[in-house]
Design a protein around this ligand. Structure first.
Ligand code: SF4
Ligand code: SF4
Ligand code: SF4
Length: 383
């Protein structure tokens, strides 16, 4: 069987779509999450995301699909045990859970089998990948898988949790680090290296080439710079919709934490996440980030003065336009409009640097001006 690039993408896409449908159906009926399905998502996104790499290495792609297969098999007793504890109609629930687990195994087994017997038609692209982009992708995917694993564990636990929440300390510290500390060094680096929503949006955008719904201009234009609005650096006439949303999220998280509502809201939260995923399919790249994410605003705010940034060297630019914002940048930043002042929305994905065919035009370095300013400030204080 010959597997072309399109067949490869379709196999991964259809299995992912089926996993989402069964996930919703399974969770609605059994009122619990099936961890294997999380890993079907992970394997699906991983294989979609690395199409260029895997298209010539189908056997390797097949082995990625073994992970959800194995994990589903390993967690099978846990799922059954939890289902029996969770409901009075033991036999029916346990049968349904068994069915969902079996479907999960089939979902992972299909791409595994097809990639094992398939022969790839196309060779991997000759264009070398920028090393930092490879590192970013590995980090991004590893964190996505960890996030899925932690979520799967948490959601299995929460329905009958009666103990403390040790994870809250971790999340509290993580947010302080990610929103307040890291952006001062590397801007919104977390938004391309670590955020699971970003991984999901990137994978869906890069691999599904259908027409997307336009976002009204009035909402779109100002949303990229929510935090800049607060800092007084953006168009004052722009509406503050994302800022409002940001507050709603923030209040919501606080209420959830203070009253320890997670065990009760995990199911609506899952629905919300599925809605986000659906919106990622309907709307253009990173619209979830720009219009709905409260972290986006806070990170931008902290990233205004970040030390290490992407730089554009106008004098060496050949104006070839390969780095076009709509094609390359998740946040639609036109690098050619920037003169050493990369906006705080840049998430350090290095895609523009990778796209530019000429060395030294787009670089990543500490701004000498920043450095000079800092030395002067320190010397001024010391004097
Ligand atoms: S803006 Fe929000 S959703 Fe988007 S990548 Fe950053 S943290 Fe994730
Ligand atoms: S400007 Fe470049 S590095 Fe920054 S987000 Fe856009 S493509 Fe990524
Ligand atoms: S790809 Fe590089 S050389 Fe071409 S327009 Fe963009 S920055 Fe300039």
């Amino acid at each position: 069987m010959t597997i072309t690039k399109n067949t490869y993408l379709n196999i991964n896409k259809y299995v992912l779509a089926a996993a989402i449908i069964f996930y919703i159906a399974g969770i609605s009926i059994t009122k619990m999450v099936h961890p294997g399905l999380f890993f079907v998502f992970a394997a699906g996104f991983f294989c979609l995301f690395h199409e260029r790499f895997f298209i010539g290495r189908l056997k390797l792609a097949a082995h990625i699909w073994m992970i959800p297969l194995l994990l589903t098999a390993i967690t099978f007793p846990l799922v059954i045990e939890q289902t029996i504890v969770a409901d009075v109609e033991e036999m029916t629930m346990s049968t349904t859970a068994t069915l969902v687990v079996l479907i999960t195994i089939v979902l992972a087994a299909v791409p595994f089998a097809l990639f094992m017997i398939g022969r790839s038609e196309e060779q991997p692209s000759k264009k070398p990948r920028l090393r930092i982009v490879s590192v970013r992708i590995v980090v991004q995917i590893a964190i996505y898988v960890i996030w899925l694993a932690v979520s799967a564990y948490g959601y299995i636990r929460y329905p009958d949790v009666d103990e403390g929440r040790p994870d809250l300390l971790f999340w509290g510290m993580f947010h302080v680090f990610s929103v307040a500390i890291l952006p001062y060094l590397f801007g919104r680096v977390l938004c391309s290296w670590m955020c699971p929503n970003a991984t999901m949006q990137d994978a869906l955008f890069k691999n599904m080439h259908h027409k997307r719904l336009p976002v009204p201009k009035v909402i779109d234009e100002q949303s990229h710079v929510t935090a800049m609005s607060i800092a007084g650096k953006a168009d004052k006439s722009a509406p503050y919709l994302p800022f409002t949303l940001m507050l709603v999220w923030f209040i919501g998280f606080n209420i959830e934490t203070i009253w320890d509502l997670t065990p009760k809201i995990w199911w609506p939260f899952i629905c919300f996440m599925v809605l986000l995923m659906t919106a990622s399919v309907l709307f253009p790249w990173r619209k979830i980030c720009t219009h709905l994410c409260w972290l986006s605003g806070y990170r931008c705010l902290s990233a205004h003065n970040s030390m290490w940034r992407i730089r554009y060297n106008r004098s060496q630019c050949k104006q070839c336009k390969v780095c076009q914002a709509e094609k390359v940048c998740p946040f639609y930043i036109d690098i050619r409009n920037q003169d050493n002042e990369m906006p705080a929305t840049c998430c350090l994905c290095f895609s523009c640097m990778e796209a530019c065919p000429f060395p030294g035009v787009i670089t990543f370095r500490r701004n000498p001006e920043d450095k000079k300013r800092m030395i002067e400030a320190i010397e001024g204080k010391a004097a």
